[in-house]
Design a protein around this ligand. Structure first.
Ligand code: IPE
Ligand code: IPE
Ligand code: MG
Ligand code: MG
Ligand code: MG
Length: 306
């Protein structure tokens, strides 16, 4: 957890090769999307600089589960990674807008609405979402056509997660200055953050051809990975600095948000994340003993500092 044993090496150093590939793929897709000015500038701006946690989860699960994937499987996984980061970037652009969290710093840079104005930020979020679904079925990408059956499954996963994310964001806004109980807050976090992280893991497994039972168990564990991720985001909002976070520290307090920290205090939130993480690691081991890279990432996320 953040206060104990920070990981010796960062996610970005450990998985630099995979992250580079994800950024390169995003750039290819956005470049060929023929966006109008200034979206051609604001969209790459919004996509840049993130940790790529969702795409990384998708990619690592895929790599752990499929030792010798076909070109088609790898191609669909790369499309899924692009789609996940686009949905995530869209959620952040809108989340930062004055009508939502009203934050001015994201990934160490001015937020999209500060840089480009509110209308451009809103439309950037809109088109990021469209591009996410377009990439899953687009004709030829990286010289390989889409696989229709996998495309359908990925679209189902991603659209459900994107809808849940918006539901969670809606409840998050309505609950400002309210004190939510643990059950309500857990449901909210599972929707606003857990669903997309869950989709990332399940989409990686779908591309690897995993069986329904594997998808179920992985999906259950992944929802908890998402919950832990948001609990630690709540913790870091209090404990980290703006410089390290690359986004304003204290944003939740400013808005009177219900968080795991307001609910159970810093120690309580950290030990909740720790016990959930122990459960997740056991669950992942029960799926297959060799989910090595996935487990390394999950463990690193549990100790993240930003
Ligand atoms: C921030 O997500 C928003 C949450 C859902 C907590 P990340 O911490 O993954 O943000 P980036 O992509 O690295 O900027
Ligand atoms: C946002 O949660 C989750 C999203 C779906 C974007 P937060 O509002 O806590 O995310 P940050 O702290 O601004 O990144
Ligand atoms: Mg928010
Ligand atoms: Mg926010
Ligand atoms: Mg936050």
């Amino acid at each position: 957890m953040p206060s104990s044993q920070p990981p010796a090496v960062s996610v970005s150093a450990t998985f630099s090769e995979q992250i580079d590939q994800i950024h390169a793929d995003l750039a290819v897709w956005i470049d060929q999307s023929e966006l109008s000015d200034p979206l051609s500038e604001s969209v790459p701006y919004a996509v840049g600089g993130g940790k790529c946690v969702r795409a990384l989860l998708c990619r690592l699960v895929f790599e752990d589960l499929s030792k010798s994937p076909s070109h088609h499987q790898t191609n669909m996984m790369r499309r899924a990674c692009i789609a996940l980061e686009l949905i995530h970037a869209y959620s952040l652009v809108h989340d930062d807008m004055p009508c939502m969290d009203d934050d001015e710093l994201r990934r160490g840079k001015p937020t999209a609405h500060v840089q480009f104005g509110e209308a451009v930020a809103m439309l950037s979020g809109d088109v990021l979402q469209t591009l996410a679904f377009e990439v899953l079925s687009f004709d030829e990408l990286f010289d390989v056509p889409p696989d229709a059956a996998i495309c359908l499954q990925l679209t189902q996963e991603l659209s459900t997660a994107a809808r849940k994310m918006v539901n969670g964001q809606m409840r998050d806004l309505l609950a400002e200055t309210e004190d939510l109980g643990e059950l309500e807050l857990t449901e909210l976090h599972l929707d606003k953050t857990g669903a997309l992280i869950q989709a990332a893991v399940v989409m990686g497994a779908i591309c690897a051809g995993a069986k329904p039972l594997t998808l179920d168990v992985l999906g259950g564990a992944a929802a908890k990975i998402g919950l832990i991720f948001q609990i630690l985001d709540d913790v870091l909002d209090v404990t980290a600095t703006t410089e390290v976070l690359g986004k304003p520290q204290g944003s939740d307090v400013k808005l009177g948000k219900s968080t795991y920290v307001t609910l159970m205090g810093l120690d309580g939130a950290q030990s909740k994340a720790q016990s959930l993480n122990d459960w997740v690691m056991d669950e992942l081991s029960s799926v297959r003993p060799d989910l090595t890279h996935t487990k390394t990432l999950v463990q690193m996320l549990a100790g993240r500092q930003s």
